[in-house]
Design a protein around this ligand. Structure first.
Ligand code: CA
Ligand code: CA
Length: 279
């Protein structure tokens, strides 16, 4: 069952670590307001881990492959959802901060009623940011239902993304004009470029070939098709830098951990770890 860490909330070292991270990335104190992430793009503040700091105890002090292995062990302890349970979970994780009756659609940023979901035009559906054909994991419990990379998207926009890798370029996507696509790649809007990168980073570390699932890995290509790879690594790293974790993304991480899966995306909590694993 999901683990609640409220009893472990502490000050001292945990808060210091979070505060130091925030101090590095905060442009000005005014940036730490609660303006809605979905509408305004990224907020330049790293999450204060606080109660969640201890989650990473076995990873601190490590780097590279050792860090990767430690994080894999940490995040692999999780509850899995059925694909039908994902609908309700996304209503919570992706709720519009300005409208509790709606969810924010990933690639357009539009707000859509929570119950306008399904398979018809203008419904929202369950986008696998790590395209499920890349490793052929489908929608059974596991990578196919892992909330850390599942997001509400418009049905038409989801089709436009298809199973393309991520890269710069293309023309504006119908019904998500700030996102772009061409024949072999998809470029999400600026406000979620880093979100997409961190979801992909999580998947690569979470799924290492155990539990009869494919070993998902990053590479620097597009056109990966059904191979268990996702690109383009160099571009995703750039997007991770230019769009740091924001309040919406951190809240989402907390809800997944506290309510649904009991595990976290380390690259939202510790953005610096991506560079250590993919230098
Ligand atoms: Ca963002
Ligand atoms: Ca992997």
């Amino acid at each position: 069952m999901p683990v609640l860490h409220t009893a472990r909330r502490r000050c001292g070292a945990a808060l210091l670590a979070g505060a130091a991270l925030a101090a590095v990335t905060l442009g000005a104190p005014a940036a730490a307001t609660s303006s809605p992430a979905a509408a305004t793009g990224s907020i330049a503040v790293a999450p204060d881990l606080g109660a969640y700091d201890a989650y990473y105890d076995s990873a601190y002090g490590k780097s590279g492959e050792q860090l990767r292995a430690a994080l894999h062990d940490i995040v692999s302890e999780q509850t899995t959802l059925s694909y039908s349970q994902v609908w309700d979970a996304l209503r919570a994780t992706d709720e519009d901060p300005d409208d509790p009756s709606s969810v924010v659609l990933l690639y357009s940023g539009y707000s859509k009623s929570k119950y306008d979901n399904g398979g018809n035009v203008d419904d929202w559906n369950r986008e696998h940011v790590w395209a499920k054909s890349h490793g052929d994991f489908g929608t059974s419990r596991g990578p196919g239902t892992d909330l850390h990379h599942l997001r509400p998207t418009d049905v038409t926009v989801n089709s436009a993304r298809g199973n393309k890798d991520f890269d710069h370029g293309g023309s504006p996507v119908h019904q998500a004009p700030e996102s772009r696509t061409d024949g072999d790649s998809f470029e999400p809007r600026d406000a979620v470029k880093g979100d997409v990168a961190r979801m992909i980073f999580y998947m690569a570390v979470r799924y290492e070939g155990g539990d009869s699932h494919a070993d998902l890995e990053l590479n620097d290509q597009v056109g990966n098709g059904s191979a268990p790879y996702m690109g383009r690594l160099s571009v995703l790293k750039q997007w991770h830098e230019q769009d740091p974790p924001d309040a919406f993304e951190s809240r989402r991480n907390d809800i997944i951990h506290d309510t649904y899966q009991g595990n976290r995306n380390p690259f939202i909590d510790h953005p610096e770890w991506a560079d250590s694993i993919w230098p």
